[in-house]
Ligand binder design. Structure first.
Ligand code: FES
Ligand SMILES: [Fe+2]
Length: 386
């Protein structure tokens, strides 16, 4: 059977969008990963009909793409016949064809549609064979991929899966910006870096943000988030609504803003800042995720949305510029940290500044083992200087 449709060669990996990691940065030790949840695989808004892209998610090489009808797909980048990456082959907008023996797969289901070598003497039914495909949804410009527990097999009932994460928006019109950076550390270090209140004055020193001299004592209230908030399977904790740090210049632009920060397993930090000014709702929201690429490396994605000055041209580029600086400072610090972590040293977590990190580790253990209590039985107050 000849190839009748035009097949596009499958694209090679995509470069991270903004913050490039030093190629010499070697990762530290691995961490256990949480399977059975949704992770942002890549930006889907850049994936046009007929396009494909490769990425790595929780150690799996993945092939993502968009069919001619607009449907996204996410497959394991591996032919079930002899293991060659499917990305070595072709995609014609309908089916993915393996480079080695030309097997064709419908990429959303993974079902094999054709084995060119079969003759009328063969009784093998190609459609009984499946390549590995994963549930995928588009939200906030991401392709969110559900990575099932190891050995769980194909997901048959997608309606039983947890809800796909989404950035909260508070008005109809808003702007967004996205940033991404690779980190040469395991997901645990990426996440505890994300919730670490004490590094700000040292890592993020900048005239436009704040200086180390402005360090002062803070008291913040935290409360537990149970398993069913944020769409199920995601216990976490919330920094209770508070007026944000008055020493941060960008916050002064708003009236009396109220900030809420949620951390939810496996990897999500939601921050919302909402204010009322002259009867109008002004808001900024962000969803930051730290996604395991492999057991010892991860990637941070920051997605911001706001309605403050959304009519002003150039604001998204400005947000991206300063955001990239900010994320770049974290990234640079982690590149340096990875040099130390390579010898797998013993480390410590101190009270109260590292308490959120302790909660994260307890919640993660609880999720992995299915045993144990939420580390926060009631609201608590933490104190630290930053
Ligand atoms: S290895 Fe893919 S068709 Fe044979
Ligand atoms: Fe930081």
């Amino acid at each position: 059977m000849g190839v009748t449709r035009k097949m596009k060669p499958i694209a090679a990996g995509r470069a991270p969008e903004l913050v490039q990691m030093d190629a010499a940065a070697k990762p530290g030790p691995p961490a256990e990963m949480i399977f059975g949840d949704w992770y942002p695989a890549l930006r889907a808004d850049g994936l046009k009909r007929g396009d494909t892209a490769t990425t790595t998610l929780l150690g799996f090489a993945m092939l993502l793409g968009r069919k001619a009808d607009g449907a996204l797909f996410a497959m394991r980048d591996l032919c079930p016949h002899r293991g060659i990456p499917l990305s070595a082959g072709w995609f014609d907008g309908e089916t993915v064809m393996c480079k080695y023996h030309g097997w064709r797969f419908e990429p959303c289901s993974g079902r094999c549609e054709e084995i060119p070598s079969l003759t009328s003497h063969d009784h093998l039914e190609p459609t009984k064979i499946y390549a590995n495909s994963f549930p995928v949804r588009e939200a906030d410009g991401y392709a969110w991929v559900y990575v099932p527990p190891v050995g769980a097999g194909r997901v048959m009932n997608e309606s039983a899966l947890p809800v796909v994460p989404e950035l909260p928006k508070f008005t109809e019109r808003y702007r967004t910006a996205h940033l991404q950076a690779e980190l040469p550390c395991n997901v645990d270090h990426g996440i505890i870096g994300l919730m670490d209140p004490a590094h700000g004055p040292f890592v993020h020193q900048a005239w436009w943000w704040r200086s180390a001299g402005s360090i002062h004592e803070k008291t913040k209230k935290f409360e537990p988030i149970d398993d069913n908030e944020h769409g199920g399977f995601g216990a976490g904790f919330r920094m209770s609504p508070h007026a944000p740090s008055s020493n941060s210049a960008p916050y002064k632009l708003l009236g009396k803003p109220v900030t809420t920060i949620d951390f939810v397993l496996p990897n999500r930090r939601y921050e919302t800042i909402v204010a009322e000014k002259n009867g109008r709702k002004l808001w900024f929201a962000s969803l930051t995720t730290v996604t395991p690429v492999t057991a010892s490396t991860c990637r941070i994605d920051v997605l911001g949305a706001w309605n403050i000055g959304y009519w002003v041209p150039g604001v998204p580029s400005l947000v991206r510029y300063f955001g990239a600086k900010f994320v770049g400072q974290d990234q640079q610090t982690i590149v340096e940290q990875a040099r130390g972590l390579r010898s797998n040293p013993g480390l410590m977590l101190i009270d109260d500044a590292d308490k959120p990190a302790k909660w994260y580790f307890a919640l993660k253990q609880r999720r992995l083992t299915g045993k144990g209590e939420h580390p926060l039985s009631e609201p608590v107050e933490l104190h630290w200087r930053s």
